[in-house]
Design a binder for this molecule. Structure first.
Ligand code: SF4
Length: 182
């Protein structure tokens, strides 16, 4: 942070931590599973303890959570996994992933066997379904609640972009945040 005093940096880190927790609490109220059933974590501690970030949402598979997201037993095909959770803050990255998979499908079409294309199509369909369910969840909120969640989502995306003392790469378990695409 380049502050002259350690206390100044520590104050900012604490403030960001509190804002992040508050934003996570808010967006977590819209957490669903792949069927669209609400799966709101009991509290922030339970959220951190029982889930780990995936590129598109959250994983609650116990062995993968324990391994900090490094032990997925299902080849990271989260859209079809019963341990996958997502909330409305994940909508932008899910959208981007659908676009990327659609592009993959076009590139693969002339050269890949049918089972490969079927796999990509099924994955696209799974994320489209989750996208639709998240949109329905968001639409069920009042305009004020939606605006609050949009603000929380933006804050989380900005914090995920900022260099953090507790970010991935220093050996600690990742917090279930989804980085914004640059
Ligand atoms: S596929 Fe399932 S187990 Fe693997 S990371 Fe995604 S949610 Fe977790």
């Amino acid at each position: 942070m380049n502050h002259k005093k350690f206390e100044t940096s520590a104050g900012y880190i604490l403030l960001n931590r509190r804002r992040k927790e508050e934003a996570i609490r808010l967006v977590s109220t819209t957490t669903i599973n792949k069927h669209g059933t609400l799966q709101v974590p009991k509290d922030y501690a339970a959220y951190v303890r029982n889930s780990v970030a995936t590129p598109l949402g959250l994983c609650t598979e116990p062995s993968n959570v324990k391994a900090g997201g490094q032990a997925c037993p299902a080849r990271s095909k989260c859209g079809g996994c019963s341990y996958f959770r997502a909330n409305v803050s994940h909508l932008p990255v899910i959208d981007s992933h659908i676009v990327a998979l659609t592009s993959d499908l076009e590139l693969a079409a002339p050269l890949a066997e049918g089972w490969i294309l079927d796999g990509i199509k099924a994955e696209i369909a799974s994320y489209k379904r989750i996208r639709r369910l998240l949109t329905l969840t968001k639409d069920s909120l009042s305009p004020e609640e939606q605006a609050d969640i949009d603000k929380a989502t933006e804050l989380l995306q900005n914090l995920a972009l900022a260099p953090a003392a507790e970010g991935p790469g220093n050996g600690r378990k990742m917090l279930p945040l989804t980085p914004k695409e640059r």
